[in-house]
Design a binder for this molecule. Structure first.
Ligand SMILES: Nc1ncnc2c1ncn2[C@@H]1O[C@H](COP(=O)(O)OP(=O)(O)OP(=O)(O)O)[C@@H](O)[C@H]1O
Ligand code: SF4
Ligand SMILES: [Mg+2]
Length: 369
């Protein structure tokens, strides 16, 4: 392992690499629900992730967005193999790691790291910052030239923290600083892929951009591939070269950033985008309609038949209930821009002249006021 922390991008600069680092095919996680008395048996399953396909290139940043409960964290934990998949396949650097044992995974573990949402609970309060960041090196028996402590100090500096704070405890830092500690820990083993699960959503809005910029710097300067998980499209906009939109355990649309933000074809992506103020203020989309998605995502225990978005979709027809729309490239779309919808939106986003309101209860409420 080289001792140089500011490595130039590995194998080509981000965005230009087409070399595949990670590939998931039909990835599935169903959490069993047990019930019955006196003998507990499986009575159902939470279909948290239900057959997703996704690739991440070397040094590429991919955003994954969707509402609460749609399976983003589960997908992230499957990819980092913190969870055992129910079905499908995960290939990392050409190696099938879907069901790899702890021992088989050991060399890969150091290359795939995770950054968690909550910078408060993800750091051990009884350990100093130095030992937190050092611990992945100890667990993996890595002894950098100059020693582990020197590496930790370099990492602290890299993430914008004072190396003199080596012996401080997590509670002495602010939320943003703690997330920087989480980033330093993730970088300790020079990963090739970082899964960042809502890394800024627990932070003050004023701090969010700083942490996103740090991650962007890390991604660009060190050539690390990222799967950046977020609730909405605003946060991943400046970070991701490609974006995957999830709904109820499925990827409903995926494509390069330009296509997803300017030529979205799935009604759900439209709805998510109409909630992003900075996108709605773009000149060309100034007149875009507002779509107010109300109500919750249906239960993943009994997802709707056919298209899972149909219970909230304003375009739903009979076919949508009987046939699941495959994730395909629609004619006129750029290569790699795939959409799962029987009646996709027009490629140009034109104003409808009025808002689309998806919940009659919301209309009634607004009319009352
Ligand atoms: N260990 C588990 N056992 C049973 N169900 C689970 C488990 N973990 C997650 N789920 C369920 O799987 C579904 C997907 O959860 P997940 O946490 O992946 O969603 P998410 O998109 O990350 O949501 P959020 O935006 O709230 O973080 C949810 O219905 C959740 O309740
Ligand atoms: S398939 Fe039908 S219900 Fe699903 S998003 Fe498309 S139009 Fe809506
Ligand atoms: Mg989550």
């Amino acid at each position: 392992m080289s001792d140089n922390l500011t490595l130039p991008a590995q194998q080509g600069s981000p965005g230009t690499s087409t070399e595949e680092l990670l590939k998931v095919e039909g990835l599935t996680k169903h959490f069993p629900i047990h019930g019955g008395f006196p003998i507990k048996r499986k009575v159902g399953a939470v279909q948290a992730v239900d057959g997703i396909d996704l690739t991440i290139g070397v040094g590429e940043s991919v955003g994954m967005v969707g509402e609460s409960g749609c399976g983003k964290s589960t997908a992230g934990r499957l990819i980092t193999r913190l969870l055992e998949p129910t079905g499908g396949r995960i290939t990392y650097s050409g190696q099938d790691i879907t069901h790899a044992s702890r021992r088989q995974l050991a060399p890969v573990r150091s290359e795939i790291q995770m950054i968690f949402q909550d910078p408060y609970s993800s750091l051990n309060p009884r350990q100093t910052v130095g030992s937190i960041i050092k611990s992945p090196m100890e667990v993996n028996g890595i002894e950098p030239a100059g020693g582990r402590e020197k590496r930790v100090r370099e990492l602290l500096e890299l993430v914008g923290l004072n190396p003199e704070h080596y012996n401080r405890f997590p509670h002495e830092f602010s939320g943003g600083q703690r997330q920087r500690i989480g980033v330093a820990r993730a970088l300790a083993l020079r990963p090739k892929l970082i899964v960042a699960d809502e890394p800024v959503s627990a932070l003050d809005v004023s701090i969010q951009a700083q942490v996103v910029n740090l991650l962007k710097k890390v991604q660009e300067e060190m050539g690390i591939a990222f799967l950046f998980i977020a609730h909405d499209l605003a946060i991943v906009r400046h970070f991701s070269q490609r974006v995957a939109v999830m709904y109820l355990g499925k990827i409903v649309e995926v494509g390069d950033r330009e296509s997803i933000y300017h030529r979205p074809r799935h009604p759900y992506t439209h709805a998510l985008l109409s909630a992003v103020p900075e996108v709605a203020m773009d000149d060309e989309t100034e007149t875009r309609e507002r779509i107010r998605l109300a109500g919750d995502v249906p239960s993943p225990i009994h997802p709707p038949s056919g298209c899972r978005f149909r219970t909230r979709c304003w375009k739903a027809q009979d076919t949508c209930a009987s046939e699941e729309p495959p994730l395909l490239q629609i004619s006129g779309n750029r290569e790699g821009h795939l959409t799962a919808c029987h009646f996709p939106e027009e490629p140009t986003t034109e104003a409808r002249g009025e808002d689309v309101v998806l919940d009659p209860a919301l209309v009634a409420l607004e009319e009352e006021n």
